[in-house]
Write a protein that binds this ligand. Structure first.
Ligand code: SPD
Length: 291
């Protein structure tokens, strides 16, 4: 009988995720990490960095819609967007669905991620050649520090805070992001899982809260990250993700999202008690919602 091959992501010494694989279609080590793409039975193609799932064809749209459209439908007229990380291209694809966008700069540290996705993961990398996109291979921390341009929205689409993404969870980096954002600028960042990385979430929110007028965290569920319950941080120089959300714009949008809508947008900011209570000192109040 043929041996079944399984991909395993180990979360800690007693929990992990197993996905049955058909075959490995890309496998190379860069200066930063091991990059693999698998063909799976249940999740389509799956990108991993150092053995951690980054994106699968089955559910990447959820993460990418939520990291991109929450700030883009809150900002009244986003024209320039900066993505730090995001080498698979999924966030870029979502950003460019907005007609107001004139330019989107994506700064990815690892050229191997871009190459692997360009060759094998067209579902996410499909907009790399869009004339509004500028792909820069560079260290996002260095880029933010030396950046002379300003942006309406910054999206920190990093991998987990181990390996090359570690400095993206640092206070100095967010000072530089603050400085490159226009008045009313918004930054959203991938912020791990409240069930596995709560201490890290507190650290990131406390960093944001020191600098930005509005700080929030919002949650969504997917199928392939630890616990299936994942968060993004939201920070802005002034815009509130509730009051400033343009509901009519979401409803009339030319593209039919698979996950994001105006109710999901607002509902994502409703926190379970354990988060609400422990994070209260770092979060801005939200206007009361009437049901
Ligand atoms: N543990 C998984 C965390 C992945 C976060 N980033 C994914 C990048 C997708 N563009």
């Amino acid at each position: 009988m043929q041996k079944t091959e399984w991909f395993e992501e180990i979360y800690n010494d007693s929990v992990g995720l197993k996905i049955k694989i058909k075959n490995k279609i890309f496998s190379q080590k860069s200066d930063f990490q091991q990059v693999d793409i698998y063909e799976t039975f249940s999740h389509g193609k799956m990108l991993t960095h150092d053995g951690l799932v980054m994106a699968t064809e089955k559910d990447e749209h959820i993460y990418h819609e939520m990291i991109a459209h929450v700030p883009l439908f809150t900002h009244p007229n986003p024209k320039k967007v900066l993505i730090i990380g995001g080498g698979d291209g999924g966030t870029l694809r979502e950003v460019l669905r907005h007609e107001s966008i004139e330019k989107c700069v994506m700064v990815e540290i690892d050229p191997l991620v871009v190459k692997a996705c360009e060759e094998h993961l067209n579902q996410t990398s499909c907009e790399f050649k869009n004339p509004k996109a500028q792909i820069i291979i560079d260290d996002g921390v260095k880029f933010a520090k030396n950046c002379k341009e300003t942006f309406d929205v910054a999206i920190i689409d990093s991998s987990d805070p181990i390996g090359p993404a570690t400095p993206l969870f640092n206070e100095n980096f967010y000072k530089d992001i603050f400085n490159l954002l226009n008045t009313d600028g918004i930054v959203t960042s991938q912020c791990e899982s409240p069930y596995y990385h709560f201490e890290m979430q507190k650290v990131l929110l406390s960093i944001l809260n020191k600098k930005f007028k509005k700080t929030h965290i919002y949650n969504y569920s997917n199928q392939s990250y630890p616990s299936g319950y994942w968060s993004f941080s939201y920070a802005s120089k002034g815009l509130c993700p509730f009051k400033d959300l343009n509901i009519q714009k979401v409803k009339k949008f030319s593209f039919n999202f698979k996950y994001y809508n105006e109710d999901i947008h607002r509902g994502a900011f409703m926190l379970p008690n354990f988060m609400r209570e422990s994070l209260v000192e770092f979060l801005s109040p939200l206007p009361e919602v009437k049901f």
